[in-house]
Design a protein around this ligand. Structure first.
Ligand code: HEC
Length: 82
């Protein structure tokens, strides 16, 4: 039988893992053409981050999926939002 404690532990673990993955995706994908400071030195609203990330993807040719773009936008809004 799965105890409540085990379930709590699993969901905490999942939340933590998602956070780490988002950071990893950002660091891996967004450091290919310029350093991460280019993004990390700024604060933008979620709309502005969305515009920036979609420009990297569609105009500058950043090789990310829509799913990764969303993950990165969420990550940037949480950590570098205004
Ligand atoms: C294929 C190359 C490439 C990749 C990969 C890339 N960028 Fe860029 N980035 C550029 C170029 C070229 C510029 C300068 C021209 C411009 O602003 O569009 C730039 C400029 C920027 C700027 C400064 C301009 C602004 O609007 O604030 C930010 C912030 C930025 N990138 C964020 C990111 C993020 C976040 C990612 C990951 C999703 C990323 N970049 C991935 C090429 C890239």
């Amino acid at each position: 039988m799965i105890s409540t404690l085990t379930l709590t532990w699993i969901s905490l673990y999942a939340a933590e893992k998602t956070k780490v993955d988002a950071k990893a995706v950002f660091e891996k994908r967004c450091s290919q053409c310029h350093n991460l400071e280019r993004a990390a030195a700024q604060k933008k609203t979620s709309k502005e981050w969305e515009k920036t990330v979609m420009r990297m993807k569609n105009v500058n040719g950043c090789p990310i999926t829509d799913e990764e773009a969303k993950t990165i936008i969420d990550y940037l809004t949480t950590n570098y939002g205004k």
